[in-house]
Write a new protein. Structure first.
Lengths: 358, 368
């Protein structure tokens, strides 16, 4: 049974400069015990998307549905949401220092979380559970460290404490928003290792939001690539990495330095992401796309299956078979461009190429 | 590898750092402060940066890599040791004596948001070096600034815009143009792309590579992203708690790491490839980097090292040279000429890792 089903979610923020369309029609599902990786650059809407699910975007105009355990998260009252947030769905944020209160002891903060949701738990019991949780996330000497303040913890330990807090009520779903971005490489490896182990033990579903494709390659089962508030591509992990269909996904994969690219020039994506206030017509990626043709300028593609199984979906007008990084796929793409590119699109492509050095 | 390629003759060397030490005093007390200890930010580091080449410096937070860079740039005085630039000793020069050298050494910083004055126009920001060093004024200055803007991929018509009107990647280009203004010999890049999105990061890395070719620049490139460092560097040095643990030409270091810390760091780097990620044996280090105020005795890495033995806690290993061949065979203690940044693959470890040796199983040691 699907744990979370988001249908056609739109989120926009009215501002003095205009309406910021942060999320523009995103649908996805999360199954119990699985990990969905949401990848995108700054401003792609990945954080707003998940914060909206938890009612953390006040002032936003929201439409759509988000069914979680039979209830629509978007219809819940603030009071009902409070029972879901933390207990059924918990969140791990990027910066553990700003998410922990600097003046309260770590153990107290975890215990408070437990007692807020489970009124029958005594202070002593809650403390015991906090110590136990800290032990599970690998804090050494949890009996004494439980009384430390956040500043006495290192960055990695704080993130462990945040994970302990997220686990404290055995939620069905954990949303981790860039949980390792602020950490050093060896500490990042520790935290990812920990999340994987805990997930295996508890069967919790995980939504991992990140800009780092390396983290996704490690931890995700399914991947959704977001661009300008929409899903550009959604597929099981291996499909995204080895037979990506959307030119944006392809561009992201090619722009990462790797052992094979060493010494060569990288292939960046030309230009920069569009403003969410004044989005281009048609496909939002068309000004940066090397394969742009006329249809892209006027019609915005929606996610459609590009494989027979239907698991791999992409929002791009290129033919379904043009997937992957191989030369054959490249030929198919170029063929499509030759057939369909008119004068108008040629002009867009020319300015895009100029911007490639940009 | 023959003996002839392990030393770069001094003509090739732009920067030579010898036994550099930088300690910061830790003060305590109320009205009258007294020193209660020192942060050992950089401890006895020697290295060379070759002309037209890139030395990559990797290490985690607190390893001293940024302090080292600031010492090389002459921005902070050193505690002891020498910095030689272009054949001249520039250690602890006075401000006046340093000024002509500032033309030759420039920096690019991590955060393109805080390293540009938000109230000044881009033309003024990039043109400042010309004014300070009195090399161009008036219309000539404007022309040179616009040339620079064009060179780094900015629209010269945006001369009068403010930094806030540019995106993150464009701001980093402004930083690059400013560093380039006086045609320096060395540019120190301190995490220049870590604040940028991947697609933009690739644009800036390509720009840096082009400029290096065009102007024969040398880079000291600091980053925590190992794949980025591998991409841009010729030689790589790994720092841990103020010391260099391992260094060498990048192929040798990435393919045959000898120091357990380098092995762990490389195994922790995330590869954007699910099969590689699944096949890799992760070395999960226990604990965190210890405090540089009171670094561990012996090898500084020993409290976290999966291979540590008694010797490691008492005796600090020296950098020794390794052959690039399969066996982790010690050739000889590093001769003075075999400095970090040269052709030799050097590592400071009593029990170096052999090719194919797995540290993953040993890596689960309980933290004391």
């Amino acid at each position: 049974m699907t744990l979370l089903e988001v249908k056609d979610l739109h989120v926009s923020f009215p501002t003095a400069d205009g309406v910021v369309q942060a999320v523009r029609g995103v649908s996805f599902e999360v199954e119990p015990g699985r990990t969905l990786g949401i990848v995108g650059e700054s401003g792609s809407g990945k954080t707003v998307l998940t914060q909206t699910l938890l009612g953390l975007t006040p002032g936003a105009e929201v439409t759509g549905n988000a069914l979680f355990e039979g209830a629509d998260l978007l219809d819940l009252s603030e009071n009902e949401m409070r029972h879901v947030r933390g207990a059924r769905i918990s969140v791990i944020f990027q910066d553990p220092l700003t998410s922990l209160h600097p003046l309260y002891r770590i153990g107290w903060q975890i215990a408070e979380m437990i007692r807020a949701h489970e009124k029958s738990v005594s202070k002593k019991e809650a403390r015991e559970r906090s110590i136990d949780l800290l032990r599970r996330v690998g804090i050494p000497k949890p009996e004494t460290r439980v009384d430390d303040y956040p500043h006495q913890f290192s960055g990695g330990m704080r993130q462990r404490a945040m994970i302990a807090m997220a686990l404290s009520l055995e939620p069905k779903l954990i949303i981790a928003d860039e949980p390792t971005t602020a950490l050093d490489a060896t500490v990042q490896a520790q935290i990812i290792d920990l999340l994987l182990r805990l997930q295996q033990d508890s069967g919790t579903a995980l939504i991992m939001i990140t800009h780092d494709l390396g983290v996704v390659a490690d931890i995700a089962d399914d991947v959704m690539v977001m661009y300008a508030g929409r899903a550009a591509e959604k597929a099981p992990k291996r499909e995204v990495f080895y037979s990506s269909h959307h030119p944006y996904t392809k561009g992201l994969l090619e722009s990462i330095p790797s052992s094979s690219s060493s010494g060569d020039r990288l292939k960046p994506i030309a230009g920069s992401p569009p403003s969410l206030i004044s989005l281009p017509a048609g496909c939002k990626f068309n000004p940066r796309c090397a394969y742009v043709f006329d249809r892209c300028l006027h019609e915005e593609p929606v996610l459609h299956p590009v494989t027979e199984s239907g698991e791999h979906t992409s929002a791009c007008w290129l033919p379904s078979r043009a997937a992957g990084l191989s030369e054959k796929a490249e030929e198919l793409r170029e063929e499509a461009v030759r057939e369909h590119r008119g004068e108008e699109a040629a002009e867009v492509a020319a300015t895009g190429d100029e911007g490639a050095g940009d | 590898m023959g003996a002839d390629d392990n030393v770069s003759s001094d003509d090739n060397v732009l920067v030579r750092v010898e036994n550099l030490v930088k300690h910061f005093p830790v003060k305590a007390g109320g009205f009258v402060k007294h020193t209660v200890g020192h942060v050992h930010a950089v401890d006895d580091v020697s290295l060379v940066i070759e002309r037209g080449k890139t030395l990559g410096l990797v290490g985690e937070t607190g390893s001293g890599k940024s302090t080292l860079a600031r010492c090389v740039a002459g921005l902070i005085p050193v505690t002891s040791g020498t910095v030689n630039f272009n054949g001249r000793d520039i250690t602890n020069l006075s401000r006046g004596a340093m000024r002509p050298l500032r033309r030759e050494v420039q920096m690019i910083f991590q955060d393109p948001y805080s390293s540009l004055n938000p109230r000044r126009r881009v033309g003024a920001i990039i043109g400042d070096p010309f004014t300070v060093h009195k090399t161009a004024t008036g219309a000539e200055r404007k022309r040179q600034v616009q040339d620079l803007m064009e060179r780094v991929g900015l629209n010269p018509e945006h001369y009068n815009r403010f930094p806030a009107e540019f995106s993150g990647g464009q701001r980093q280009r402004i930083g690059v143009a400013r560093a380039l203004a006086l045609r320096p010999k060395l540019i120190i890049c301190d995490e220049p792309v870590s604040a940028l999105d991947v697609s933009i990061q690739a644009q800036v890395l390509n720009l840096l590579a082009d400029l290096q070719q065009e102007y024969g620049l040398s880079y000291l490139f600091i980053a925590h992203d190992l794949e980025v460092v591998r991409h841009v560097s010729d030689k790589v040095a790994v720092m841990y708690l103020g010391r260099i643990g391992e260094a060498g030409p990048k192929e040798s270091l990435y393919e045959h790491p000898r120091h357990p810390y380098s092995v762990a760091l490389l195994s922790a780097a995330s590869a954007a490839d699910p099969d590689t990620a699944a096949a890799r044996q992760r070395v999960i280090l226990t604990g965190d980097v210890p405090s540089p105020i009171d670094p561990p005795a012996g090898c500084r890495f020993h409290p976290r090292c999966p291979k540590a033995q008694d010797l490691c806690a008492t005796e600090e290993p020296a950098l020794v040279r390794y052959k690039q061949s399969a066996a982790a065979e010690v050739a000889s203690p590093a001769a003075a000429a075999e400095t970090v940044g040269g052709e030799a693959h050097l590592a400071a470890c009593h029990f170096p890792v052999a090719d194919g040796e797995s540290l993953a199983a040993a890596g689960t040691k309980e933290l004391a």
